[in-house]
Design a protein around this ligand. Structure first.
Ligand code: ATP
Ligand code: MG
Length: 453
């Protein structure tokens, strides 16, 4: 009997909790055109509907066009279960453990289809209260309530061209407010990454955080230390490599959150003698990253991270009192910095390898053997290393570090000309290369090496 009563109570609680008022926003009010959405997204929705299911566009795919922004990707929410979606849409795969989702593939492009989910009290949680698995399917109302922010919980129905809103998200969107759904403390505790997501949407939309959404951030930010470094890496790339890096940097600093992603860099920002130099490099990197994306150029996480970790790397080297490190030492120091960073944002191996190459090139581009210039300029990593040199020159110039700026600008000038020069011009350029930066052949050493070998 006790169990029956408990079950009835649970059901009642759920019924009360999920009885949320629905606001329907018609086309003439939201003014989104069905044609603003990718044809493929509409096709997937149509296929699910033809099979008798409900399906909507949700999340950034609705939020961004409503804000006048271009959506990065489109997410579809449906009452079909992953296995059912798999059967209807052939070019798809079930992914995820924490959340099971469907990825539909069109070449490189991926569209995510998620089944409506419910938030249950008995979810699998870690010792810190973080939800580690959540695959309980639910109704559209429940699905709306388990989403993070109200502006992310708008459901667009392409057939009827209406938006379904269970959480007053449309009101918040028109008033430019980012508001967590439900009890903010609880929602951050369930998933502390929502703190970083709040910052991301803040930077992206230029909206304001609702006071109750903003208030717990400071106190609960330490929960980010329980999030896997792999997930934080994903979040880092969404924060910084999607066109809003400058605004993101400002907001992360304003909320004292940068340290959860880049502790070594943040430590330098709090040291009086290093703060300005470090901040200038971070700002310039963010500026350049946003500018590249704006003109449709690619950005690489490795270049960005090489810049964000450059000063920790440089300080390690000078701390060791080794201003002219050998090749193996450069790699050794680089590995130490990257190993420490790995504990916060786990970088894929190719990224950390590339960062090391960029750093190593800074030494090779500064001091060359005449016979190697040709080889260096043909390296696969030359472009990134050269761009990094330009970045450093810009920072030194901004900071009016006269000597450093002069040295770097001479190098930039040399490599700029050298890469476009023909054979003869290259010989002349080498002759003009500042003598102090040339490494002469050490004949004696060579002889010794020869005899020993
Ligand atoms: P963008 O694609 O521009 O990064 P988005 O809002 O679409 O932004 P996604 O990470 O693609 O964000 O997630 C899609 C939707 O899934 C979100 O809009 C939100 O409704 C929901 N969601 C994602 N992550 C969480 C989370 N940690 N907690 C609750 N809901 C989430
Ligand atoms: Mg999205």
């Amino acid at each position: 009997l006790k169990r029956v009563i408990q079950a009835a109570k649970r059901l009642l609680k759920r019924a009360i909790k999920t009885k949320v008022p629905l606001v329907t926003i018609p086309a003439q009010q939201h003014q989104l055109s069905k044609h603003a959405f990718q044809r493929r997204v509409l096709e997937i929705i149509q296929a699910l509907k033809n099979a008798g299911y409900h399906a909507y566009i949700v999340g950034g795919g609705v939020r961004d066009p409503l804000c006048g922004l271009i959506a990065k990707d489109f997410d579809i929410a449906t009452d079909a279960h992953p296995e059912q979606v798999r059967k209807i849409i052939r070019n798809s795969r079930i992914i995820g453990r924490r959340f099971r989702l469907i990825h539909v593939f069109f070449g490189k492009e991926v569209i995510e289809v998620a089944t409506f989910r419910a938030q249950h009290d008995n979810q699998h949680r870690s010792e810190h209260g973080i939800v580690v698995r959540d695959n309980t399917y639910g109704t559209i109302e429940e699905d709306a309530l388990r989403r993070d922010f109200t502006i992310n919980a708008l459901y667009y129905d392409p057939d009827k061209q209406i938006i379904l809103d269970y959480v007053n998200g449309y009101y918040d969107l028109t008033n430019k407010i980012i508001r967590l759904i439900g009890n903010p403390q609880e929602r951050y505790r369930e998933d502390p990454v929502r703190i970083l997501r709040a910052i991301r949407f803040l930077a992206k939309t230029g909206f304001k955080l609702a006071p109750e959404t903003e208030a717990p951030i400071k106190k609960l930010a330490p929960l980010l230390s329980h999030i896997s470094a792999a997930r934080l890496y994903d979040e880092f790339s969404k924060l910084f490599l999607t066109g809003h890096a400058q605004a993101t940097l400002i907001q992360l600093q304003a909320y004292d959150l940068l340290k959860w992603l880049f502790p070594a860099t943040t430590a330098l920002l709090s040291e009086e003698k290093n703060a300005v130099e470090t901040l200038t490099l971070l700002q310039q990197t963010c500026f350049d990253t946003d500018a590249r994306l704006q003109i449709g150029k690619r950005v690489t996480p490795a270049f960005f991270l090489a810049a964000f970790l450059w000063f920790p790397f440089q300080h390690l080297i000078s701390h060791e009192g080794n201003n002219y490190p050998r090749q193996d030492q450069i790699y050794q120091y680089a590995k130490m910095i990257l190993a420490a960073q790995h504990r916060h944002t786990t970088m894929p191996a190719y990224v950390s390898q590339f960062i090391q190459e960029i750093w190593f090139l800074q030494y090779r581009l500064a001091r060359i053997r005449p016979s190697q210039a040709e080889y260096i300029v043909n390296l696969r990593t030359f472009r990134a290393g050269f761009d990094f040199l330009i970045l450093r020159a810009k920072v030194a110039t901004t900071l009016k570090q006269t000597n450093e700026a002069k040295t770097l600008n001479v190098l930039v000038d040399f490599w700029e000309k050298y890469q476009h020069a023909d054979e003869n011009e290259r010989k002349i350029l080498i002759k003009q290369f500042p003598k102090s930066n040339l490494i002469k052949r050490n004949k004696r050493k060579r002889k010794v090496n020869k005899s020993t070998s």
